[in-house]
Design a protein around this ligand. Structure first.
Ligand code: NAP
Length: 242
C-alpha cells in the first residue's frame, strides 16, 4: 500500500473545511485541521478522525508558533479558512473612513493573509507534487465589497504560487457559489435573499459542502497533475467562467 498523504485543512472545524477534511480522512489520508476555536476544532477532529491544531491563520506570530505542531511533510494544503467579516461587523457609517479601512483590512486578513501566511510557512515542507487548493468565491467575479475584492486577490496570488511550484506541484482556487450548512452567513440569510441568489443558478439550488469537498479532492488527486493556476467554479451555473 502506498504511504498515507499528509493533508492540512485550515478552517477545518466547520462547514466546507470540515466536509473537505472528512472526505480526506474517510479515504484513509492523515488529516490535520486548523482553526481559532479550540473546542469547536477538537470536537470536529475527533468526529472525523483528524488531528487538531488551533491557531489564527491571519496572525504571523501564531502561524509561526503553530509550525511545531503541524506535519513535517505536507502533501496537500487546503487554504479554506476565511469568510466575509462584514457579516459579523457593524457597517461603518457614511464618511467613517477609519471604520471603512478597518472593515476592508478585516476581510483582507481573513481571506488573503490567512492563505498567504500558512502557505509560506509550510512551503519548505511541501512534498514533491504537492497540491495547494485555496477557497475563493463567486464574489470575486460578482462583487460583495471587500470580501469579493479579497477573494479576487487570492486568484492573482494563486497564479504566482502555481508558477513558483512549476513542475513540483499544483495550485488552484475553488470558487463556490452560495453554499448552505456552514457558519458563513452567521444567521443572516433571508428567504428573499436566498431566492434571488438561487434564481441565478441553472439548477436553482444552493451548493452543499460535500460538493465543494469532492472538487477539492479531485484537484488533490494524482490525475489532476496538469491542472494548475486555475480557478474552478462550483456554483450550479450561477456564474459562467469564460
Ligand atoms: N458558504 C458559502 O456560501 C461560501 C461561498 C464561497 C466561498 N466560501 C468560502 O469557503 C470557505 C469556508 O467557509 P464556510 O462557508 O465553510 O464557512 P465557515 O463554516 O464559517 O468556515 C470558516 C472556517 O474558517 C475558520 N477561520 C476563519 N478565520 C480564521 C482564521 N483567521 N484563522 C483560522 N481559522 C479561521 C473558522 O473557524 P474559527 O472561527 O474557529 O477560526 C471556520 O471553521 C471560506 O474561505 C469562505 O470564504 C464560502
Amino acid at each position: 500500500m502506498s504511504e498515507q498523504r499528509e493533508i492540512v485543512v485550515t478552517g477545518g472545524g466547520t462547514g466546507i473545511g470540515l466536509a473537505i477534511a472528512a472526505r480526506f480522512a474517510a479515504a484513509g489520508e492523515r488529516v490535520t485541521v486548523t482553526g481559532r476555536r479550540k473546542d469547536v476544532l477538537e470536537a470536529a477532529a475527533e468526529r472525523i478522525g483528524a488531528r487538531a491544531v488551533s491557531f489564527d491563520a491571519s496572525d504571523p506570530a501564531a502561524v509561526q508558533a503553530a509550525l511545531a505542531d503541524l506535519p513535517s511533510r505536507v502533501d496537500v494544503l487546503v487554504n479554506n479558512a476565511g469568510g466575509n467579516t462584514d457579516r459579523v461587523r457593524e457597517a461603518p457609517a457614511a464618511g467613517d473612513l477609519k471604520g471603512l479601512a478597518d472593515a476592508w483590512q478585516a476581510n483582507f486578513e481573513a481571506n488573503v493573509l490567512s492563505a498567504v501566511l500558512v502557505t509560506a510557512a509550510l512551503k519548505p515542507r511541501f512534498a514533491d507534487n504537492v497540491r495547494v487548493v485555496t477557497l475563493g468565491s463567486i464574489a470575486a467575479k460578482q462583487g460583495s465589497g471587500s470580501y469579493g475584492a479579497a477573494k479576487a486577490a487570492i486568484e492573482a496570488w494563486n497564479t504566482d504560487l502555481a508558477r513558483q511550484l512549476g513542475a513540483g506541484g499544483t495550485a488552484n482556487v475553488v470558487a463556490p457559489g452560495v453554499v448552505l450548512d456552514t457558519e458563513f452567513f452567521h444567521g443572516t440569510v433571508t428567504e428573499e435573499w436566498l431566492d434571488a441568489r438561487i434564481s441565478l443558478a441553472f439548477n436553482r439550488r444552493a451548493g452543499r459542502p460535500e460538493e465543494i469537498a469532492d472538487t477539492v479532492r479531485f484537484l488533490a488527486a494524482p490525475e489532476a497533475a496538469h491542472l494548475t493556476g486555475q480557478v474552478v467554479h462550483v456554483n450550479g451555473g450561477a456564474y459562467g467562467a469564460r
